[in-house]
Design a protein around this ligand. Structure first.
Ligand code: UD1
Ligand code: UDP
Length: 361
């Protein structure tokens, strides 16, 4: 059985690392990795391949830094060529980026079964590019692997029972990755010492979503909220290049510590060491939970609503006062951080077992 896996952006390298490790255990499966090139800086891409033993991509498409339409179109054309040459039995895509959508369109137009990992998530905000990408990808997928009960319910509400697709609750592959690499991170990272941080006494933040970075007023609000928190405890921000570029255009200057994006081992050590996470990232909201930290979501909605329901995550949006008040509540948050919400670390195994049984059947 041949599977072509499409990756391109940072969160997909992390998800692919977990699933690829499971695929490798089965000699009956050949995995061919395609890197669209969407993320390309050394510390946004290669570092993950080096540290996480992800297979070397067989095809590198080098498509990046374009408008949504141009990027998705260029990827679609190039992925189609790869799929025609490789003739896989299935195409595997992750999450909700432009690379996901391009892979989905290329595969389904060639009548190749599409496997979507992290299916069924919704923010119900169509202004987010991720929402468009995930809705369209889900609709054409043959196998929809859902991380949570909420994702299953979203698909059911959209009438997926009427479609010829398989909806499967498998758990979250990001928990698989967090558990596996979380055991190795302390031997592979010295970031806490290198950055002069004191364990349990700093906040970790990331900002990169388009809705937060592209409006200078919103970005300014987020910077001033982090400046204010930084007066009571150090704030460290491994900054996405998109945000780094846009920071130059705003008047509010960061007074907290900004570092370039870090590899996964460093990131895990920062999460383990901090006393609170503030983020607009999808993945980081869950990783905070996996490593027993409270999280403030710097957006108006989250797809990971169960984190809010159990009290581990607070949606604070982008208003500085709401953020600083939320920080006081969530810092050193106590919760049972029950991993079973996300499947307990068996998601990749569940996915591969299902594909072995059903993909060629
Ligand atoms: C993309 C995803 C987003 C995901 C994020 C993960 C889409 C629509 N968005 O957003 O869902 O949360 O990845 O990090 O697919 N850049 C660099 N170097 C890099 C990568 C990006 O300098 O290695 C800069 C470029 O100026 C680029 C900009 O960041 O134009 C935006 O990159 P892009 O891949 O379009 O979107 P992200 O904001 O990374
Ligand atoms: N991440 C990382 N280094 C960083 C910032 C994030 O390794 O400097 C990891 C993070 O731990 C998570 C993933 O990247 O596993 C999340 O990606 P991102 O926030 O870019 O995208 P999203 O999840 O919002 O789509």
């Amino acid at each position: 059985m041949k599977i072509v896996t499409i990756v391109g952006a940072r969160p997909q390298f992390i998800k692919a690392a977990a699933v690829s490790r499971e695929l490798k255990k089965h000699p009956a499966i050949e995995e061919v990795l395609v890197h669209t090139g969407q993320h390309y800086d050394q510390n946004m891409s290669q570092v993950f391949f080096d540290q996480m033993e992800i297979p070397k991509p067989s095809h590198h498409l080098e498509v990046n830094s374009m408008s949504h339409g141009a990027m998705t179109g260029a990827m679609l054309e190039k992925i189609e060529n790869v799929l025609i040459a490789e003739k896989p039995d299935g195409v595997l895509v992750f999450g909700d980026t432009n690379s996901t959508l391009a892979g989905a369109l290329a595969a389904t137009k060639l009548h190749i079964p599409l496997i979507h990992v992290e299916a069924g998530l919704r923010s119900f905000n169509n202004r987010m590019p991720e929402e468009i990408n995930r809705i369209l990808t889900d609709r054409v997928s043959s196998f929809l692997f859902c991380p949570t009960e909420t994702a299953i319910k979203n698909l059911s509400d959209e009438g997926f029972a009427n479609f010829q697709s398989r909806v499967i609750k498998c758990g979250d592959v990001m928990l698989d990755a967090a558990l596996y690499y979380g055991e190795k991170s302390s031997q592979n990272s010295s970031i806490i010492k290198d950055q002069n941080l004191e364990k349990g006494r700093f906040a970790l933040a990331t900002i990169h979503r388009a809705e937060n970075t592209d409006d200078p007023k919103i970005l300014g609000n987020l910077i001033s909220a982090l400046n204010s928190i930084n007066q009571s405890a150090p704030v460290i921000v491994p900054l996405h290049p998109r945000t780094q570029k846009l920071l130059e255009g705003i008047d509010t200057k960061p007074q907290f510590k900004i570092i370039p994006p870090v590899g996964y081992f460093d990131m895990i050590e920062l999460i383990k060491g901090c006393h609170c996470v503030l983020t607009d990232s999808g993945g980081l909201q869950k990783e905070a939970f996996f490593f027993s930290k409270g999280c403030l979501t710097l957006r108006e909605q989250t797809e990971w609503v169960e984190l809010v329901e159990v009290g581990a995550n607070l949606i604070v949006g982008t208003d500085p006062e709401k953020i600083t008040d939320g920080y006081k509540k969530m810092k050193d948050c106590q919760n049972d951080f029950d991993h079973s919400l996300y499947g307990g670390g068996q998601a990749s195994k569940n996915i591969v077992d299902c594909l072995l049984k059903e993909l060629k059947a």
